[in-house]
Design a protein around this ligand. Structure first.
Ligand SMILES: *Cc1c(COP(=O)(O)O)cnc(C)c1O
Length: 364
């Protein structure tokens, strides 16, 4: 049985008729960028997340860098980020000229509150938390640290649509929740798309102005902005997917529960959530000291896997200028050498799940 790490075609087929009808509706409407689909999506997504305002943008990276721009974080400022995040989180900081300060993650791949305070200096302006793989971080402790030290809090929720901590959804704990709707994400569009969720009305308005060349009224430009507009087709298709979000999330949670219950192999460590957190399983990430041999073994069984991520941002060539060397973040670096994401997608059949479980259990 051949199993790919992700199957976006399955997620399309589940609601194919609705997607096709919505795409045609938008094509025939004669209005293609920032219109009624975008406004409706913004309202529906804010309601889903439990935040006050949502502003649609062109990508998750845009959500991140524009967030730091509008929070006035730039040259000379430091932002604490977890070392094992996706490099786009870090780029959101450095595109503004600010400096990322890397913290080692906890046992659950999340931001470790205990590692934050020793890193705070008088230049620290914000904390960026990534709810990696769709697993929420310990937000109560992190929010308390931000309050104590008067720091901004930005959440990278590109992988955590619908994940919560103590009943509150990720993306609503701090100043800005940043979302990506890249096709492979839990709430995926059919092209690039992103958004922010904020509770502050004037900040929401600033995002709306910034995404459209800094103009509130056409051709009256208040600030130097960007083109980071969300288009009507993506917004319309996102509304279709969002209307099924609870069942899509439950399906992934069921697959994850089966993996956690049935995968049993002393060579493999399973992912666990912090107490109070829910996971939406953007990825299901194993750890294995003999990862390369495991990949090869699974390849032979035609089971595809992905490493999220093989090179941590502080060791990426792009960040050589920060001057970090191998050995600087031992926990992060060890994760990069041992993590492995196994197949996890909406529309995954029970037979496919069983084959993955059985194959992994027979690895020795
Ligand atoms: C996907 C992703 C991003 C970037 O989103 P894009 O829409 O691809 O720009 C940022 N952070 C994390 C954690 C991601 O997974």
């Amino acid at each position: 049985m051949k199993i790919m790490p992700n199957r976006m075609d399955r997620g399309f087929e589940m609601y194919q008729k609705e997607f096709e009808a919505k795409a045609l509706e938008v094509l025939r409407s004669g209005w293609y960028v920032l219109g009624k689909e975008v406004s409706a999506f913004e309202e529906e997504f804010a309601a889903y997340i439990g935040g006050k305002y949502c502003v649609g943008l062109a990508s998750g990276l845009d959500a991140l860098w524009i967030a730091f721009r509008l929070l006035r974080i730039g040259v000379g400022d430091e932002v604490i980020v977890q070392g094992n995040t996706y490099i786009a989180s870090v780029m959101g900081v450095t595109m503004n000229g600010a400096t990322p300060v890397f913290a080692e993650p906890d046992e659950h791949f999340g931001m470790d509150p205990e590692k934050i305070e020793p890193l705070i200096t008088d230049r620290t302006k914000a904390i960026l938390v990534t709810h990696l793989y769709g697993m929420a971080s310990r937000m109560d402790e992190i929010v308390a640290i931000c309050k104590k030290h008067n720091l901004k809090l930005v959440e990278d929720c590109a992988q955590s649509h619908g994940a919560s901590f103590k009943g509150q959804m990720t993306g609503t704990f701090g100043d800005v929740g940043c979302f990506s709707f890249y096709p492979s994400k839990n709430l995926g569009a059919f092209g690039d798309a992103g958004a922010v969720v904020v509770n502050d009305e004037s900040l929401a308005k600033e995002f709306k102005v910034f995404r459209n060349y800094g103009s509130e009224k056409r051709y009256y430009n208040k600030v130097v902005g960007a083109n980071s507009r969300l288009d009507e087709i993506q917004a319309g298709l996102l509304r279709v997917r969002l209307s099924h979000m609870n069942e899509l999330t439950e399906e992934k949670q069921k697959i994850a529960a089966r993996y956690s219950k049935e995968i049993e192999n002393p060579l493999i460590k399973l992912p666990t959530l912090v107490s109070g957190a829910t996971g939406v399983w953007h990825q299901y990430v194993l750890r294995c000291e003999e990862r390369d041999r495991l990949i090869e073994y699974l390849n032979k069984k035609e089971i595809g896997t992905i490493i999220h991520y093989p090179i941590p941002p502080h060791l990426a060539e792009a960040y050589a200028y920060l001057g970090h060397r191998e050995g600087f973040l031992p926990i992060t670096e060890h994760l990069a050498k041992t993590v492995l994401s196994i197949p996890m997608y909406n529309g995954m059949t029970e037979d496919e799940q069983s084959y993955v479980i059985e194959s992994i259990n027979n690895f020795h």
